[in-house]
Design a protein around this ligand. Structure first.
Ligand code: PRP
Length: 218
């Protein structure tokens, strides 16, 4: 195992914000800002190696130790329950997991049969409906979930809502909120022991940055 800290970043705007915080914490890697198609960047002086990965894959890299740490959404952590440490709420990428339905939908009209639920987040949906004692028929989809109730494939969807624009543009609305979601710093359990010092230095700085940001917003 290399001495460098291996970090899986979620590709996209969230990952860029996360990198800016890591840079501020002393884990800079200037080459990452060169806008090319490269996916791995390292800076031996700062002892760091970054990888850009699909946001939903970060937890896999970290769970299996290919990355020591990474940043993943709470939605992914709840859905797949990877065996990792959750070190910090980054207070970024905030959104909600919600049940959404066509405007005017009322579950009282569908009570006599299982509710048809389309979602990418099967476990979260199953757990939620079990908690309220509602029978469901799950339809697993991989994207464009919003279309399902419009075409009659499902009654409702369980999905992430951020601004609400996608729902609005498809004549859907939030029916029930399930959970607040945000990005979390996660660590591989075994590697955490070996690289504790660097990880602690990073988490302390991140916590400080989060506190400062919260004070400024207040
Ligand atoms: C998510 C989610 C919604 C959308 C909500 O999709 O599945 O479609 O964002 O955002 P909004 O409330 O701001 O409109 P994402 O962009 O992550 O892509 P996906 O289709 O792969 O799920």
């Amino acid at each position: 195992m290399s001495d460098m800290l291996n970090i899986a970043l979620p590709k996209g705007r969230l990952g860029e914000k996360v990198y800016a915080m890591f840079e501020k914490a002393g884990f800079e890697c200037p080459s990452i800002r060169e806008n090319n198609r490269k996916l791995i960047f390292e800076n031996p002086e700062a002892g760091v190696r970054y990888f850009w990965v699909k946001p939903s894959d970060v937890a896999i890299y970290v769970e299996r130790g290919a990355a020591d740490i990474g940043v993943a959404g709470k939605d992914i952590l709840l859905e797949y329950a990877p065996d990792v440490y959750e070190l910090l709420d980054m207070q970024l990428g905030k959104c909600r997991m919600a049940v959404a339905a066509p405007v005017g939908f009322n579950d009282d009209d569908t009570r006599r049969r299982p509710l048809k639920v389309a979602t990418k987040f099967e476990n979260i949906a199953r757990r939620y409906y079990a908690s309220i004692g509602r029978d469901i028929d799950i339809i697993h989809l991989n994207g464009s979930i919003e279309i399902a109730p419009i075409l009659g494939l499902s009654d409702v969807i369980v999905d992430i809502v951020e601004t609400g624009t996608t729902l609005k543009e498809n004549d859907l609305c939030v029916y029930e909120e399930i959970l607040p979601i945000s990005a979390r710093l996660i660590a591989n359990k075994a590697n955490f022991k070996f690289k504790q010092q660097a990880i602690r230095k990073l988490t302390d700085s991140l916590q400080e940055q989060i506190n400062t940001r919260t004070e400024v917003q207040a």
